[in-house]
Design a protein around this ligand. Structure first.
Ligand code: SIN
Ligand code: FE2
Length: 217
């Protein structure tokens, strides 16, 4: 048994933790489905390989990204946007695996958001040292739908604040199988990920995969 699993079983943290009104951490919600979720990862990433996007300001993101579903999030020198075609291939993004969509819908419902129908899933790969600066998810057309974020692989420190950039952020350790849902009054909360610590996850090795489901269109 790895240290991480051991910690899961000995932790006294509640399975469901409110981060803010409208935001909840569902600990271990995707742990049982983890193997099934990961089995769908390689086909998605073969069709739409991970790549390091450039921001409008000219910085290259340390997190490698891809997408599946009808819409995909991309960044370039010309801005952030959702689009139906992968700019690398010129083809539609791979379809969203049914098990991914179902898991996201169940997590949203568990958090109080019924009928969540994601049309975009951003796949983020963090290697040791990768981080994601504080930001809002605000390129979607529909803020009535929540964001559902699934963590797989190495643990990360997730920063979660409020819709005001300068408010304090809280830090949460996200482990393999944890799901965070934020919507309603928390929908535009600033959030980010601290530089990933090195480690070796039993199923995913030296990386963290995050799946973020959105209603974009
Ligand atoms: C994101 O904000 O898109 C990703 C969050 C995460 O990796 O946990
Ligand atoms: Fe985000």
């Amino acid at each position: 048994m790895t240290a991480d699993l051991f910690e899961d079983f000995t932790t006294s943290e509640p399975a469901q933790q409110a981060l803010a009104p409208g935001a909840v951490l569902l600990r271990g919600f995707a742990r049982e489905a983890g193997a099934e979720l990961m089995a769908r990862l390689d086909p998605v990433l073969t069709a739409a390989p991970l790549r390091h996007l450039v921001t409008p300001g000219g910085h290259t993101l340390s997190v490698a990204m891809s997408n599946c579903g009808p819409l995909g999030w991309v960044s370039s020198r010309s801005g952030y946007r959702y689009q139906a075609l992968d700019p690398l291939s010129g083809r539609p993004w791979p379809s969203m695996p049914e098990s991914w969509r179902a898991l996201a819908g169940c997590a949203a419902a568990q958090a109080g958001f019924d009928n969540f129908a994601p049309d975009a899933c951003l796949v983020n790969q963090y290697l040791p040292g990768s981080k994601l600066s504080l930001h809002q998810d605000k390129d979607e057309n529909d803020f009535s739908a929540p964001i559902v974020s699934v963590s797989l692989g190495l643990p990360a420190v997730f920063l979660f604040g409020t819709p005001q950039r300068n408010d304090r952020t809280q830090r949460y350790r996200l482990q393999h199988g944890d799901v965070v849902v934020w919507g309603g009054p928390a929908r535009l909360a600033f959030h980010g990920v601290a530089p990933l610590a090195d480690g070796d996850h039993a199923l995913l090795g030296r990386r963290r995969i995050n799946l973020t489901f959105r209603r974009a269109g």
